[in-house]
Design a protein. Structure first.
Length: 188
């Protein structure tokens, strides 16, 4: 299991034992796991050359893999947080079939990461900050939405939930009204 704080693990177990209703349980679980993704974003933000997008992948209430954006660190444009974490999961499980797993990411996945989740047979994608919460520089110019891509692409059995702890997640990114330095706007 990735290095997660003991406080986060205790909080998660306490919430698991406290809430019996399925809907409330899923909501609390999603928030708890998103907080772990936020920890990964913080770690990436504090790592020279890494990036501030965090991700954890969970199955049956257990965190199986965690990561953050490493594109600049690795000089690899595909090393987004979701891809890094999917690779770690594949190495750990020795498979490319991730049925039953949920991806938690602090930022709405881009097209590349969404398609990787589709091909990996991820069952759920839960993300924090949405296109409306952050500057457009974080997304492809055609405004492809994660949920639309999944619906229109290959699968109809993948669940998408956005906006989980969006305010906490958006703190890592430029907001829509801000003017980031042009040197940082790689998607333009």
């Amino acid at each position: 299991m990735p290095n997660l704080s003991a406080v986060s693990a205790k909080r998660l177990n306490r919430r698991r034992n406290t809430f019996a209703g399925r809907h409330l349980y899923v909501q609390m679980k999603d928030e708890d796991f998103m907080r772990l993704a936020i920890e990964q974003a913080r770690k990436g933000d504090q790592t020279p050359g890494a990036g501030e997008v965090g991700c954890v992948i969970v199955r049956d209430g257990e965190v199986l893999a965690a990561g953050h954006n490493e594109a600049e660190l690795r000089f690899d444009p595909s090393a987004h947080a979701e891809i890094v974490t999917l690779r770690r999961l594949g190495e750990k499980l020795r498979t490319t079939d991730f049925r039953g797993c949920t991806v938690y990411c602090t930022l709405q996945p881009c097209t590349m990461c969404t398609v990787a989740c589709i091909w990996g047979r991820i069952s759920r994608i839960v993300y924090g900050a949405t296109r409306d919460d952050v500057h457009s520089m974080y997304f492809d110019a055609r405004h492809i939405n994660t949920a639309d891509l999944v619906r229109d692409a290959f699968r109809d059995d993948i669940e998408i939930r956005g906006g989980v702890l969006s305010g906490e997640c958006a703190q890592f990114y430029y907001r829509p009204h801000e003017n980031p330095p042009l040197a940082e706007q790689r998607n333009r």
